[in-house]
Design a protein around this ligand. Structure first.
Ligand SMILES: Nc1ncnc2c1ncn2[C@@H]1O[C@H](COP(=O)(O)OP(=O)(O)OP(=O)(O)O)[C@@H](O)[C@H]1O
Ligand SMILES: [Mg+2]
Length: 519
């Protein structure tokens, strides 16, 4: 009877949402209690973002009922959901970049914003930031902020609009591990105030910090469990339907000849400042060189320079002993380099193209896909179908537009293409970002297989466990410089963490070994 007196904060009953023939959500039912964190967990394409968008009024469900504090509600647009007390931060968020933080927060919210007067609005925003210890420069322009800071703007905006139930779609995908910890601390403060959170994450360490987990599989809820009652392995089996190896196992292997060599590389960022300040390293055949660093310490510029996407100021790059400095991306592809960029829709895919077109993007001239000047569509389709099968890409077929794919499934197209086309070297910048654990396992196996085949691999990841498990050597980068290169069996997470924060001395003291060991 308690349930009647004290209804859940949100209850969903039999929600179904289709896109043409695709059933994204099928008869979904679950509930969120006040003051709890509920995690939505599921493979790429399981329907998490779609479900969230239905709860936020962004999509209208075909069937099903939504109850807010026991009262049935119907949302025709996000405006209705906001009025009811629901806020959402999307997987790919939208802010007006030339405007300031405060303008974005009060923008388009007459009843809360301009009617109050800017000063009153600003005071309220400051109060909110103060209460939750959110560090935001309200006068900064959006374009000046990091992606992580932009996400804070979105969160504060939702709170400012009166959200009591906040939906966060993969909020930590764009955060460093330190920023993610902070997000969780703040979220806990919010739930302490009686707010409720629905959160989507593929990172099991984070999922374990929630109160309940609702597991989705192919659009259906498999089960909703109390987090305290399950292990990461249980959750993995529930979502993937089979046990998954959460940690890669790398066999011992002698490195071969030098494939990629970089000396004194200096590269500028978009603001024309030096982001890479004289990096030098070698990568051999049968070797994975891990790049560990907090994002924004020159990794992206390094990868872009290696691929020829961004020009170098000084320094040299050799491939198999041949000087390839200043060559363009097409030439680098022809040399056999595969490139997985960190921002898939900016650098790796064309959203309006079909899945098939994207699986061969940049490879149009490859004899496998063309007969002289003409493309061979039959072979392209075969290749795309093979990629869809091998990577388990969730899509109606090779003709579907790429921007209708879920985040993780879009990433798999790049992986399929680059793993196939590369012949000697792979540059992988955050290759598993946004992927579910089953696919991560597969990508790790692919990287290790390429290593076995004699490839040289450069791998950047913010997941230090992955870097440690996969890499033969690890270069730690900080403010555009390499703090040291270590054999992966010589360092641990703690020492890497200190070096990534630029604390060489503390890192040296932590185990009494010299802090720079170049091997
Ligand atoms: N606008 C759309 N048009 C057509 N199909 C869509 C659209 N949006 C989503 N889908 C399809 O609905 C299914 C669920 O997608 P959704 O984005 O909800 O997955 P997800 O669980 O969020 O995955 P990820 O973890 O990769 O982000 C997928 O098959 C996707 O291709
Ligand atoms: Mg999603």
């Amino acid at each position: 009877m308690n349930a009647v007196a004290n209804p859940p904060h949100l209850r969903v009953e039999g929600l179904t949402k289709t896109f043409g023939p695709v059933i994204a959500n099928s008869d979904v039912s679950f509930q969120v209690e006040r003051g709890e964190i509920l995690c939505l967990l599921g493979e790429n394409g399981a329907g998490k973002s779609t479900l969230s968008s239905c709860l936020y009024g962004f999509y209208q469900a075909d069937k099903g009922r939504i109850f807010y504090e026991g009262k049935e509600v119907e949302f025709h647009s996000p405006r209705d959901a906001i009025a009811c007390g629901i806020g959402m931060v999307h997987q790919h968020f939208v802010l007006v970049t030339p405007m300031s933080v405060i303008e974005n927060i009060v923008l388009g919210t007459h009843e809360h914003g301009w009617a109050l007067g800017v000063e009153e609005a600003e005071r309220r925003v400051r109060d909110l930031c103060g209460r939750y210890d959110i560090d935001l420069d309200l006068d900064a322009k959006i374009w000046q902020l990091s992606v992580g800071e932009q996400q804070w703007v979105e969160i504060v905006k939702a709170l400012y609009l009166g959200a009591e139930l906040l939906i966060l779609d993969e909020p930590t995908a764009v955060l460093t591990p330190q920023e993610s910890d902070k997000l969780f601390r703040i979220i806990r403060r919010m739930t302490g105030d009686g707010l409720s959170i629905i959160m989507i994450s593929h990172k099991l360490n984070e999922v374990m910090q929630s109160d309940h987990v609702a597991v989705l599989r192919r659009g259906k809820i498999v089960d909703t469990v109390r987090t305290a009652d399950v292990t990461k392995e249980d959750l993995t089996s529930m979502m993937v339907g089979r046990p998954v190896m959460l940690q890669a196992e790398r066999e011992d292997m002698e490195p071969g000849e030098t494939i990629l060599e970089v000396a004194g590389l200096r590269v500028r960022n978009d603001k024309d400042q030096h982001a890479v300040k004289g990096m030098s390293f070698k990568v051999h055949a049968h070797e994975i060189l891990g790049i560990a660093g907090v994002s924004g310490n020159g990794q992206n510029e390094l990868f872009e320079a290696l691929m020829g996407v961004r020009d170098t100021d000084s320094g040299q790059i050799w491939l198999h002993g041949e000087d390839v400095t200043h060559q363009n991306p097409r030439q680098m592809v022809e040399h056999g380099i595969g490139y997985i960029p960190d921002d898939r829709f900016r650098a790796g895919l064309v959203g309006s193209f079909s899945v098939a077109e994207n699986t061969i993007l940049g490879l149009q001239k490859n004899p496998r896909f063309s007969d002289g000047p003409l493309l061979n569509f039959r072979r392209i389709l075969n290749f795309a179908n093979e990629a869809i099968k091998r990577f388990g890409i969730v899509t109606p077929g090779p003709h579907a537009r790429t921007d209708t794919l879920s985040g993780g499934n879009a990433q798999k197209i790049i992986l399929a293409r680059e793993f196939w086309s590369a012949s000697c070297c792979i540059l992988a910048n955050q290759p598993t970002r946004g992927l579910d654990v089953g696919v991560i396992e597969y990508v790790h196996q692919m990287l290790l297989e390429k290593r076995r085949d004699g490839f040289a691999i450069v791998l950047a990841s913010e997941e230090l466990e992955d870097i440690l498990a996969l890499s033969d050597r690890i270069a730690v980068v900080f403010k555009g410089e390499i703090m040291g290169v270590f054999r992966s069996d010589e360092v641990d997470i703690q020492k890497l963490g200190l070096l990534m924060a630029g604390q060489r001395d503390a890192a040296a003291q932590s185990d009494g070994k010299p802090y720079v060991k170049v091997v």
